[in-house]
Design a protein. Structure first.
Ligand SMILES: NC(=O)c1ccc[n+]([C@@H]2O[C@H](COP(=O)([O-])OP(=O)(O)OC[C@H]3O[C@@H](n4cnc5c(N)ncnc54)[C@H](O)[C@@H]3O)[C@@H](O)[C@H]2O)c1
Length: 329
């Protein structure tokens, strides 16, 4: 960069954003911005995916409407702010910030960022919604790496408040700050990830839990139902309100330390996927997308569970926000 100031936009100067990739995450992220009054340009290299985005967003908003969280006029305004684009050049023009949400594949993401570098003004902020690929690696071949930031939304992005904002060693501090402020402006709860480690924060924690959960099934210690139950009806209940480190303080760090002495040698510490998981994948038991994974799935059960999940997320968020407000009093 040689000390050259790029004059990236501050949060007040951002009024239009571009989203590249309109799949599961991209369309939901588009909705978050459009609902908060931003002009949103949306592109996917599969034209059917772009064409179906407004209907998918309308569907997402239906549940908010049913729960009295949006008005019909807000839904129409949100959809009016959404512009479908035919190519990368179109999505790159006239926006101050772009979020990439294409498939999780490093060469693909690098190719998209190389296009973004070529097609955007050099002050435009570029974000990646990668689940855990290093932001520095995605930006490795770019000329202007200081404008690249990670913005890891959680699924479903229009309902889960947390967004991990990741700085690479090259990210400019003012760009990092602007993106954190922007996330607050659209109603999100951003967290700062200060080092560009694979998996960031949430996926490191989530996959550590998955490694042990799958290992317990593999060793025949419990059925998938009972493992899920111990989380849902046990320690998972408090996780929405008390994080693991708050819980450790409440339990007492001496107790936590004593348990780690005898328990850690017995926990799964494999450095690759478990043989059980690999076998399921080889058998095309991929979960809901093939109707079989750890459980058997029907279309009706998938629809019902996703609807119930969305309602539960909204209610839980409301309860936790209410408790946080009480705590501040
Ligand atoms: N699914 C999740 O739960 C989740 C959660 C958080 C983050 N993410 C991350 O978000 C990103 C997107 O994941 P997703 O679940 O939405 O995937 P998805 O498969 O639903 O959507 C990806 C979209 O990218 C499009 N695409 C591929 N190459 C493209 C290109 N060159 N230009 C434009 N569009 C292109 C595809 O057509 C597809 O519609 C990934 O990096 C993923 O790891 C996913």
């Amino acid at each position: 960069m040689g000390g050259l100031k790029m004059n990236h936009p501050d949060v007040a100067q951002i009024s239009a954003v571009g989203i590249v990739g309109a799949g599961l995450m991209g369309h939901g992220i588009a909705q978050v911005f459009a609902l908060k009054g931003f002009k949103v340009k949306l592109f996917d290299n599969d034209p059917r995916v772009v064409a179906s985005a407004p209907e998918r967003i309308r569907n997402n908003l239906r549940i908010l409407l049913e729960m009295g969280l949006v008005k019909p006029v807000e839904i129409e305004d949100c959809l009016r702010r959404l512009q479908s684009c035919m190519d990368m050049a179109e999505v790159c023009s006239g926006v101050e910030l772009i979020i990439e949400a294409v498939s999780e594949n490093l060469p693909l993401k690098r190719a998209v960022f190389s296009d973004l570098e070529r097609l955007t003004a050099s002050r435009t902020i570029l974000c990646s919604n990668t689940s855990g690929i290093s932001i520095g690696k995605i930006a490795e071949n770019l000329r202007l790496k200081e404008r690249v930031v990670g913005t890891h939304f959680w699924n479903p992005p229009h309902l889960v408040p947390c967004v991990e904002v990741i700085q690479s060693p090259h990210t400019a501090p003012e760009v990092f700050q602007t993106v954190l402020e922007l996330m607050r402006k659209v109603g999100k709860e951003p967290v700062r990830v200060l080092k560009d480690v694979p998996g960031f924060l949430g996926n490191r924690l989530q996959h550590a839990l998955w490694r042990e959960a799958i290992s317990l099934v593999e060793k025949g210690i419990a059925d998938p139902e009972d493992i899920d139950k111990v989380v849902k009806h046990g320690f998972g209940l408090r996780l929405a309100f008390l994080g693991p480190l708050e819980t450790a303080d409440l339990a007492g760090l001496d107790l936590v330390c004593d348990i780690h002495e005898y328990l850690f040698p017995d926990l799964d510490n494999r450095t690759g996927p478990s043989p059980l998981l690999k076998t399921l994948v080889d058998q095309k038991a991929l979960g809901v997308k093939t109707r079989r994974g750890f459980y058997s799935w029907t279309d009706e059960r998938i629809d019902r569970i996703i609807r119930q999940r969305d309602k539960a997320l909204l209610r839980l968020t409301d309860v936790v926000n209410g408790l946080a407000r009480e705590q501040k009093k």
